[in-house]
Structures are given as C-alpha cells and as structure tokens.
Design a binder for this molecule. Sequence first.
Ligand code: HEC
Length: 156
Amino acid sequence: MSLIGSLSVLFNFRIMLLGFYFIVLFVFTEIAFAKGDCPQNRKTKSAPTKILKIENPIPKNPLNIKAGKSLYQRKAKPIACKTCHGINGDGIGDSSFESNPMPRNFTCSEMMETLPDGQLFWIIKNGSKNTSMFAFSDLSDNEIWQLIHYIRQFAK
Ligand code: HEC
C-alpha cells in the first residue's frame, strides 16, 4: 500500500472514532437527562413554620412503607403519584404529564435533605400553587405519612 493509501486509511479510522465518540457522548447525556435534574429549580413555597417542625409521627416499618408504595404506584386518587414523579421517583413520569416546573425528583438526596417531613406533608395535603402538584384531599393524614416514608426511600 502506498504512503497516501495508508494515510487515508488512518484518517478514515479517526473519523470513525470521532463518530463513535459522539454517539457515546449522546447516549450518556440522554441517560443523565432521564434521571431528572439534581438539584432542581424548585418552585414550591415553604409550609408555615409550625408545620415544618412536625416530624413523621408514624413508625417507619415495612407495613407503612408498603402501604405508601401502593398509594404512590397505584391507589392515590385521582392520579397515582408515579404518573408524574416516575416509577423510580426520579421526577420523570408519563410524558403527557410533563410540566413546568418538573415534578420533584425524589432520588435527589441533595435536595430531599433540605425538605423536612412537615414540608412534604403540607404540599401533598394542600398542593403547590402554580405547579401541576394539586392537593390530594382524599388522602387521610395517616396515608400521607405512609407516602412520606415511601418517597424518602428513593433518595437512598
Ligand atoms: C399531575 C402531576 C403530579 C402528580 C399526580 C403528583 N405530583 Fe407531586 N409534584 C408535582 C409537581 C409539578 C411538583 C412541584 C415541583 C416544584 O416545585 O418544582 C410536585 C411536588 C411534590 C413534592 C415536593 C414538595 C416540595 O416542597 O418541594 C412532593 C412531596 C410531592 N410532589 C408528592 C407527591 C405525592 C405523594 C403524590 C401522589 C399522592 C404526587 N406528588 C402526585 C406534580 C405531581
């Protein structure tokens, strides 16, 4: 093979390598996106100070976590939490429910650590104005605390 010939083979190989590099880069950014931003640009207001201080009063046992899971994944009315917050709690639910702001990414421990139990309770009970997070007024307080034990599991 002539010198020019082997140089052009080398050149083509480099172009292929570059193409491969971009494909890998693309796939990685897609995966990073699918997990939801962390921390997110949060729009929800703070609960009243008195409420913020309330800690989850029910025991964090397998029974309560399981009850929270079934509400989150299926039973909560009118729409189960997973529809917006995602099966894995990463804030990516059904695309038809995409919203601005995006639903909270519960897997983001950096953000979840800043949100006390009372805050989560207040928002599930009353909703968050100007976001698609509405008030779940059918849920009993006990059910909301069960949900909180469950959603806290995502950040571990
Ligand atoms: C229709 C979509 C939708 C559904 C259904 C939904 N959420 Fe949300 N949720 C959101 C959005 C949007 C936010 C606000 C994100 C923000 O403030 O940036 C949010 C925020 C939250 C927050 C965070 C509050 C804070 O202070 O940051 C909690 C906790 C929460 N949701 C729990 C739930 C639970 C539990 C359910 C089911 C019982 C549920 N959500 C169902 C869309 C939804």
